[in-house]
Design a protein around this ligand. Structure first.
Ligand code: ZN
Ligand code: ZN
Length: 323
């Protein structure tokens, strides 16, 4: 590789030492320039990170994100598989906020627990789900997290119309009941079973009925592909992005969940694969990462952790494909 093939980028590297104090250094990073780059300004570094665990204490999530050299991260602020949650201690929230501030990682993201079903026709489950969303918005306020990602759930066979009404009601009630200013990000789903929110049309219908300044969209690549939006090469990525633009408008997309897919196109199977190793594949991710509308957004990986170093390897691949 000769000098002309390289671009030198000064990158600030933030970190925390063992006592949790700040240190910040600069290092030079050489970025090989791939010929035929598809964006005009591909100097802009992407901002990518991982879903990290809060095991131990919630501020340990920040340490984990730093150790894996994330630019941003996503957490469950509590156990995602239980309706009951431990109260968030004020000291723990303060420590979490302090560490995030030191790293300079912004924005960061929370994810609503899996049990919540905002589309549920069952009154008890729906009420619990709305309560979980309100609690999560309150925790975002305490932790200074600006975005909460939500899955829209399933109408359990009672019909799309009812499901959309239930979600809309849930979101409006939660926004009215919390003092948090966090934005709710509706995540597109894979279309498994009776799920709501797999088509851009579903998302648009919901957004039309809620407070628009408080709601935006998280675009999950695995879910979109599994539902039937092709992402395997530049042409298909452009077609999918233009559908996003026509139905929702690109300004509404606030986050990309970058996951490859274990299921084929339109399989409706929600199983995430390592970046470049699934049916979206390396060509698909290179195209996604060279499409300005997606590249400029924060990117979170929710890829499998089935071997040591899997997270780091997926992040490395994302950064490499973005060059
Ligand atoms: Zn996702
Ligand atoms: Zn998924």
């Amino acid at each position: 590789m000769n000098g002309e093939d390289l671009r030198i980028l000064k990158k600030n590297v933030y970190g925390l030492n063992k006592r949790g104090d700040e240190h910040s250094t600069s290092e030079l990073v050489c970025i090989p320039c791939r010929q035929g780059c598809l964006v005009e300004n591909d100097d802009t570094p992407i901002r990518c990170g991982l879903h990290v665990s809060i095991a131990g204490k919630i501020d340990r999530a920040v340490d984990r994100a730093v150790a894996r050299s994330c630019d941003t991260f996503q957490i469950f602020t509590r156990n995602p598989r239980s309706w009951r949650s431990r109260r968030l201690r004020r000291d723990d929230a303060t420590e979490f906020r302090r560490k995030v501030r030191l790293t300079g990682m912004t924005p960061i993201f929370a994810h609503l627990p899996y049990l919540a079903n905002l589309s549920s026709p069952n009154k008890t489950i729906h009420r619990r789900s709305v309560r979980a969303l309100i609690q999560e918005l309150d925790r975002c306020k305490a932790l200074d997290i600006s975005y909460i990602v939500v899955h829209l759930g399933s109408h359990l066979g009672k019909g799309r119309k009812l499901g959309i009404e239930r979600v809309t009601e849930a979101i409006n009630t939660a926004l009215d009941s919390s003092e948090s200013r966090a934005t709710i990000l509706l995540e597109n789903t894979a279309g498994t079973g009776n799920s709501i929110g797999s088509s851009f049309r579903d998302l648009q219908e919901i957004i039309d009925r809620v407070c628009k300044s408080r709601v935006a969209v998280c675009f999950d690549t695995c879910h979109a592909f599994a539902y039937g939006y092709d992402l395997r090469d530049l042409r298909s990525v452009e077609a999918t992005v233009s559908q996003l633009e026509n139905s929702l408008g690109l300004n509404l997309i606030a986050l990309v969940h970058a996951n490859d897919s274990k299921g084929e196109l339109a399989s409706r199977i929600d199983r995430h694969e390592h970046i470049g190793l699934g049916y979206i594949g390396e060509e698909g991710f290179r195209a996604i990462l060279h499409t300005e509308a997606l590249r400029r957004l924060p990117i979170i990986l929710e890829t499998p952790i089935d071997m040591p170093g899997a997270d780091e390897a997926n992040l490395r691949r994302i950064r490499e494909f973005a060059m």
